[in-house]
Design a protein around this ligand. Sequence first.
Ligand SMILES: Nc1ncnc2c1ncn2[C@@H]1O[C@H](COP(=O)(O)OP(=O)(O)OP(=O)(O)O)[C@@H](O)[C@H]1O
Length: 619
Amino acid sequence: MAESLRQERALNDIELEQKLAKKSLDRNMFWRLLPLLAPYKGRIAAIIGIEVILVGIIFLRPWFVGQVIDHGFIQTAKGLVLNTPLLVWMALGMGLTWALRFAFAAVSQYLAGSTAIHILNALRVRVFRHIQALSIRYFDSTKAGRIISRADRDVDALEPLLIQGPPELLSAVLRLVGAAFALWWISPKLLLALASITPLLILGTWLFKRISEHNWARVAEARARFTAHLVETVSGVRIIKQTVQEDANEARYSALVDDFNQTLVKGNIRTGWFLPTTQLLSTVGQAALLLAGGLGIAQQEMTVGQLAQSLFYVHLFLGPLQELNELLERYTSGASSAQRIFLMLDTEPEINDPAIPRNPLLPRGSVEFRDVVFGYQQDGSRPVIRHLNLQVAAGEVLAIVGPTGHGKSTLVQLLTRFYEVQGGAVLLDDVDVREYPQQVLRRKVGVVLQDNVLFSGSVLHNLRLAAPDFSDEELIRAARDLGADEVLERLPQGYQTEVGPLGSFLSHGQRQLVCLVRAYLGNPSVLVLDEATSAVDIHTERRVQVAFRRLCEGRTAIVIAHRLATIRDADRIAVIWHGEVKEIGNHTTLIAKGGAYSQLYKAYEEASVPEPDSLRSVA
Ligand SMILES: Nc1ncnc2c1ncn2[C@@H]1O[C@H](COP(=O)(O)OP(=O)(O)OP(=O)(O)O)[C@@H](O)[C@H]1O
């Protein structure tokens, strides 16, 4: 199954981001991380400075050992005696190097840790800000889990690379070069013996780096896929339970996790030979050095102390070569995270504010759809709205009706500029909606949807989002004006009731009422109600209808409804059919005309009259 999942994939993570960002993949994106470090130049310089001191300290220790071996005992007339002053100095020196090691390690950790927090938090906020600014179309085509991966895991993956990576790399290079010099200084023979295996080590490291680069891209992709599935499951858990899809859903998740694990294991197998290879080469290198050293001692070119000292330098030379592998792996995993983050940050919002925005001083609320053409496919292959013309006068109540899927809600999306028209224009107060700053436009057009969303917090907290400066009393008064108070006061803690995540602790009807009051508080010049009262019971609905008329006073209202009884009183009713206005007029004239509206109305009335059987079953 995991194999089939891999094959069914149309676009991988990076390809998808590439497509959305309309940019080709640039492997050097990693370097774009460097400006993030700029504000912390001082701290980073301190971390690097500490690393240099620590490397210097490491090089002192073998020298102490060499001194003790060669000069720790002095040949006197009485025989060999301990060179006590030298031993004491060397022991003190050794102790001091360890004390410095501990002290600097703590300082370095503190500096690196606190710098990391600042840099990564700044990046996290930047990613978050960008996510909020992206256009709705991005969210249509990108799974939530993928987006969360960017802001969460991908940012985390940069930490070891960005902060500890550069000092560790510097330390490795310094130790490598320093050890080479030290060996050369003791005897060029030693360095040459070791150099015999170095090209092989470098070649091996380079090969493994290439393999691990591929591995990391595959592992990250597989991980993003199962995270995306998890997020979808969490948000759609009710539907999954309702349709009894738990087993099938779990099987799919297991397959995705399995795919991830297989990718990980295969990757580990491929890179697993790196360590034994380098260990083997290191052993050969040490043997060559000991041979060269033995020869040097026999030819009295070097002392035993120097050979012992050189063994430490061998470790200082070979160790960094092996560490480089780990650092390179970190680099490749971080680089692929950086690629994904920057590809997302490079995705331009499809909808932007105009360079010179307009905002008429006297908002009236007239709306016009002028020869509008629109389809959700960007290539215009499947138009949903086809050359639609519709004018709504300021203060008018216009109802939009029509069969499902014919484009009613799409008109609202175009009015609030969640999508851009592909032809024609949408005008608010005779100004193209593209000329308004988006936030201004969306404040002018209040929308209450059928599937309303609230934010965690109390009912009052949610109402206050529309009117931040209002007191509790003013918010409650607004609810009362609208006739929502009776229902909302009956909640367990009244207006202080917690609504839960996305408002899930409230019923559909209660949620809609809160949203209606929220829209009322926003005081928009155009109010759009998309099936907004459909979940409210008959009793509540009547109250809302009365209040709704009040709410419409002095502003334009566009009401999208399937339950035609609720819109009979509208000033005009437009029938939308295959993305066009098929009929327009008031209820009486449209019924008299006997066209599309009268058919819809007849069908609605027939469906609304309860059949005797169904009444009995309710009883
Ligand atoms: N985000 C989207 N991406 C792609 N297609 C979409 C999207 N939203 C809607 N559509 C499609 O556009 C068409 C019109 O949808 P729209 O929601 O405007 O219909 P509607 O008339 O409001 O339907 P309903 O009465 O059921 O709410 C439908 O075919 C729908 O599948």
